[in-house]
Design a protein around this ligand. Structure first.
Ligand code: IMO
Ligand code: MG
Length: 455
């Protein structure tokens, strides 16, 4: 028999190029306009994706942003860790906003692992025992993936069990944990209560539960467009990222494929999303970070004329977490990091959001910067080093500075009409990263996007 013929690939993978919060929801919901299947593949309610529907901003954590397209089926794939309480709230928010037939179009893989309240308690406990806490979102993400790896995790299918059987499974999953809780003076898990609660969740969602392999296969074989809405980002990936300051999933493209029930032959295009400046929440290295008045995840009081560069960027971009409300650490665009991400992400095109915001930052500060090289261990390098934890040295950025700032007229749709300095910024990024910038975000709405169709 001959080698299996490949079908024409139809999946568009949207993923994060830095530390998250790049505006993946915006391009994902745009790509989803003509998609038939939209998939969330990894992470859980640690993600926060803002989509705009009928002029209203919706903060989504678990449901793919493409749900706002009434023709699309939306799938929560096997790589996600699902908190049913958070999911039900989101479904309600979507319905209240007027999104049609949410429960009819939303599908959940039966193999998706479940977040329980005890995972959130363990998340906090793990952070407490660390010399250098990660600054997790406290959504129970790490402990849920730990249970998955330890083969005691519960999956969406378990919600459909008779309550006694569900209780027995939760009991096994929490036996060791209860010893730990006891030692720490934490109330033990009420297995019976949790079984009843989660059984009720099961009654609410059973109609949405599917064998996602079959579902995805049907869309692939029919040649329908599929969009995978990535969560987290390159440097938060547990293998490629700034370990240990990472999340507990593989959020780069291959991880997203597993999570989405797809394989490499299904990929048509990979779009990596970035902002024209960078941000990070939680701990860990950030070479281009700029000083800001932030302490213990709070913004300190400061007079306007005392603002640091990091404060100016944060306020210009409204950089506060969708999931946790935390102020984000901010800094300049790091083209070295982006260049390094291509092996992990397999990027075809970049999408750079907030190019309008960068122009405003430039007007306030008199110039903007782009990191084009690092100085590290007394050498100049053009890649993101992987031994930062060992050396204890964060790479020193070498910048190209662009004088002044720019205004982007609203409704601008043509690349050629962008101000010269903004074009210089984009082309500098393309040169250093050796990647075309096809999508340019120039405003907050989904449509405030320049698409270079000639690419
Ligand atoms: P989206 O999809 C930004 C960060 C947390 C923390 C680390 C580990 O919106 O881009 P976790 O709770 O995952 O164990 O925390 O990862 N983090 C994110 N930062 N955006 C996200 O998702 C994130 N998801 C996790 O701040 O530093
Ligand atoms: Mg986020």
């Amino acid at each position: 028999m001959a080698k299996t013929d490949s079908l024409k690939p139809t999946a568009v993978i949207v993923n994060g190029g830095a530390w998250g919060d790049e505006g993946k929801g915006k391009i994902a919901s745009r790509e989803a306009k003509d998609a038939k299947l939209v998939i969330r593949a990894t992470g859980g309610a640690n993600a926060g994706h803002t989509v705009v529907f009928n002029g209203k901003k919706l903060g989504l954590h678990l449901v793919p942003g493409g749900i706002v397209n009434p023709q699309a089926t939306a799938l929560i794939g096997q790589g996600v860790v699902l908190d049913p309480e958070s999911l039900l709230k989101e479904i309600k928010d979507l319905e209240d906003a007027g999104v049609e037939n949410v429960e009819g179009r939303l599908k959940i893989s039966g193999r998706t692992h479940l977040v329980f309240p005890y995972h959130k308690v363990k998340d906090q406990l793990e952070e407490k025992y660390k010399d250098n806490p990660i600054g997790t979102t406290k959504r129970g993400i790490g402990p849920t993936y730990e249970d998955k790896d330890a083969r005691v995790g519960l999956r969406v299918y378990d919600l459909l069990l008779p309550v006694k059987k569900l209780e027995a499974k939760i009991d096994v999953a929490t036996r060791m944990l209860n010893q730990l809780f006891k030692l720490n003076g934490i109330t033990e898990v009420d297995v019976h209560h949790l079984a009843e609660l989660y059984h009720e969740y099961g009654k609410r969602i059973w109609q949405m539960v599917v064998n996602a392999d079959i579902l995805v296969d049907e869309f692939v074989k029919a040649g329908e467009k599929i969009v995978v809405e990535g969560a987290q980002a390159y440097r938060l990936d547990k293998d490629w990222g700034d370990y240990p300051d990472v999340t507990s999933s593989n959020c780069v493209t291959p991880g997203a494929l597993i999570g989405a029930h797809l394989n490499q032959k299904d990929v048509k295009t990979t779009i990596t999303v970035l902002k024209a400046y960078f941000s990070r929440v939680g701990e860990g290295p950030f070479p281009t970070e700029q000083l800001a008045h932030i302490k213990n995840d709070k913004v300190l009081k400061y007079e306007p004329d005392e603002a640091y560069v990091g404060d100016v960027i944060r306020e210009a971009g409204g950089e506060y977490g969708v999931s946790t409300g935390r102020p984000r650490r901010c800094g300049w665009f790091d083209a070295v990091l982006v260049k390094s991400s291509k092996r992990a992400l397999g990027t075809d095109y970049l999408c750079i959001n907030h190019v309008d915001t960068l122009g405003q930052i430039g007007k306030t500060l008199g110039s903007v910067k782009v990191c084009v090289k690092y100085r590290y261990q007394r050498r100049f390098i053009d890649y993101y080093p992987d031994d930062i934890e060992l050396t204890g040295e964060v790479p020193q950025p070498i910048y190209v500075e662009i004088d002044g700032g720019w205004d982007v007229p609203r409704d601008l749709k043509k690349y050629d009409e962008l101000p010269e300095k903004a074009k210089f910024f984009i082309e500098l990024v393309e040169n250093i990263t050796e990647t075309p910038v096809k999508y340019i975000g120039v405003g907050p709405a989904n449509d405030d996007l320049i698409i270079r169709e000639d690419m």
